[in-house]
Design a protein around this ligand. Structure first.
Ligand code: KIV
Length: 263
């Protein structure tokens, strides 16, 4: 992508060429991702992929700000979204205070908030106060403990109707796009048809207005588990392990450093 996306260009992409969103947590990878992504998401998934925790719940606003700055340093021309971590947007006042902190301390273009109609009043308060918001409905990783696991949504007509209500409420509240995670493809298709803003799917089938994957999943670095929806475009962990093995072997045998790699 040569030109930085804007909220207007993202909204205009509805129903056209699918939008590409990829997560990044640091400058090095953000620079690699930048040419191929319409939007870079600094996801709170970094708490798992980067920090090694078992879920996203303990991520802090300070952590998100630190990584958002790293990503923005590496990808200066990208549209960057900072995920609001669990417990930082329980009330509209708290959400605004924390979003303002993100805007003041990073160049992030938008924040992302998990939740549907239950969070609409918060999204509305943020958008009315100058914060650009990405919604996130369906499977909500921040609800993993309260729901006792990661639960796929949109399995029957009642759940599909609930998702549509969520999407419409988030749209009405002023969000400019919505991530739909872990829902049946039919549900994602109907949700996508029900709103005028673009939907970005993850584990939501092919009929959304865009797709997002977590970089460490799609590049095969996160080995703990692989959800069904993840396609690995690289065996990153295997490649790195091979390279490290070679380095260790060459150090032990004094093959490295040779003359070519010495002053
Ligand atoms: O935290 C994250 O990386 C996300 C994606 C799964 C959409 O929210």
């Amino acid at each position: 992508m040569n030109k930085k996306q804007t909220i207007t260009s993202i909204k205009e992409a509805k129903g056209k060429e699918p939008l590409v969103m990829i997560t990044a947590y640091d400058a090095l990878f953000a620079k690699l991702v930048e040419p191929y992504a319409d939007m870079i998401l600094v996801g709170d998934s970094l708490n798992m992929s980067f920090l090694g925790k078992s879920d996203t719940l303990s991520a802090t606003i300070e952590q998100m700000i630190y990584h958002t700055n790293a990503v923005c340093n590496g990808a200066k021309k990208s549209f960057v979204i900072c995920d609001m971590p669990f417990g930082t947007y329980n009330t509209k006042e708290e959400a605004l205070q924390n979003s303002i902190k993100v805007y003041k301390e990073t160049p992030a273009d938008a924040v992302k908030i998990e939740g549907g109609k239950d969070k609409a009043h918060i999204i509305e308060y943020l958008t009315k106060n100058g914060i650009a918001v990405v919604g996130h409905i369906g499977l909500l990783p921040q609800n993993v403990r309260s729901e006792g696991g990661y639960r796929v949504k949109g399995k029957d007509e009642i759940e599909i109707d609930e998702l549509i209500e969520d999407a419409k409420a988030v749209e009405k509240a002023g969000a400019f796009c919505i991530v739909i995670e872990g829902v049946k493809p039919k549900a994602a298709k109907e949700v996508t048809k029900s709103v005028k803003i673009p939907t970005i799917g993850i584990g939501a089938g092919a009929d959304t207005d865009g797709q997002v994957l977590v970089w460490s999943d799609m590049l095969g670095f996160f080995e703990e588990f692989k959800p069904k929806f993840v396609k690995r475009y690289l065996n990153g962990a295997e490649l790195v392990k091979d390279a490290l093995k070679n380095f260790a072997k060459e150090v032990k045998s004094r093959e490295f450093p040779d003359e070519k790699h010495s002053y």
